[in-house]
Design a protein around this ligand. Structure first.
Ligand SMILES: Nc1ncnc2c1ncn2[C@@H]1O[C@H](COP(=O)(O)OP(=O)(O)OP(=O)(O)O)[C@@H](O)[C@H]1O
Ligand SMILES: [Mg+2]
Length: 258
């Protein structure tokens, strides 16, 4: 299953992606986690040791690789470069693995003006397509607010887009915008995840203000998330409540066993 996680800044996308990654590993799945954030932090959330993360570099910053594969220098426009660069070896070569989770950092997928094609965006798009189409692991993509950088072709291959929102009007307004973008891209299965719910009233607020999205689950506000950050441990190790709630979301996605 290929799952993308989106939502307004700070709503808990990375927290949810990391919880689901550990949940799927515990169920026996192979997991490929992809950090699409321009300032990556999924590695920390997953509890990857520093020494391991030092070997990780966002693909978008690998100038030599981009030049080698596309035939063009990153940042240059026009000229000639390959539109279908080889990417099949990239996930395995440039990722690191910890506790059964393979992690790849993509870095910023530069948008540019409409119709802009540059070497790095071609490589990243090709890479995301290849991953979504060819890899047989559970793929979890920790995105940022927009989903437009997925592009039409890759959006087709996402099985579920989880849009995270807090019990705030603003994050739900962003969820509505993402829903619109995703619908334009014809992404099929869109779900809302309510995060940082302190009580039933918070859950009801999210439900009442969902922009017509099915709510696939809630994650409670839990101080363990803060503790995990400070102790550089995965939330999965510190919060039985969030582990249970993440398991319910995995169940709802229909992912019980490989
Ligand atoms: N369930 C929760 N309970 C308590 N705090 C939470 C919870 N989920 C997230 N947080 C806190 O909210 C902040 C943002 O969380 P996180 O980094 O997961 O969000 P994000 O959407 O990935 O953010 P960004 O847009 O910066 O990538 C963090 O400080 C985190 O500790
Ligand atoms: Mg994040």
């Amino acid at each position: 299953m290929k799952i993308a996680v989106s939502g307004k800044g700070g709503v808990g996308k990375t927290t949810l992606a990391s919880l689901l990654a550990h949940t799927f590993v515990a169920r026996g799945f192979q997991v490929l986690a992809i950090d699409v954030d321009p300032s990556p932090c999924l590695a920390d959330a997953l509890g990857f040791p520093r020494a391991l993360v030092q070997n990780l570099k966002p693909i978008a910053e690998m100038e030599d690789l981009i030049t080698e594969r596309t035939g063009a220098k990153p940042g240059t426009m026009g000229g000639f470069f390959k539109l279908n660069p080889r990417v099949d070896d990239i996930p395995d070569r440039f990722s690191v693995t910890h506790r059964g989770i393979r992690l790849l950092e993509l870095g910023a997928v530069k948008q540019g003006g409409s119709g802009c094609i540059c070497a790095e965006s071609v490589l990243l798009r090709q890479l995301v397509s290849q991953i979504l189409l060819q890899r047989n692991e559970v793929v979890l993509m920790d995105m940022y607010a927009g989903v437009e950088h997925l592009g039409r072709a890759t959006a087709d291959m996402v099985d579920a887009l989880l849009i995270v929102a807090e019990p705030t009007a603003r994050s739900l307004a962003t969820a509505a915008q993402i829903k619109q973008l995703a619908t334009d891209l014809r992404i099929q299965h869109l779900y809302l995840v309510g995060n940082k719910a302190q009580d039933q009233a918070d859950r009801e607020f999210i439900a009442a203000n969902s922009p017509g999205l099915t709510i696939i689950g809630f994650l409670s506000a839990d101080k363990a998330v803060l503790d995990a950050d400070r102790e550089r441990k995965p939330v999965y190790d510190l919060s039985p409540t969030l582990v249970r709630e993440a398991a319910a979301i995995a169940d709802a996605l229909g992912q019980n066993e490989p």
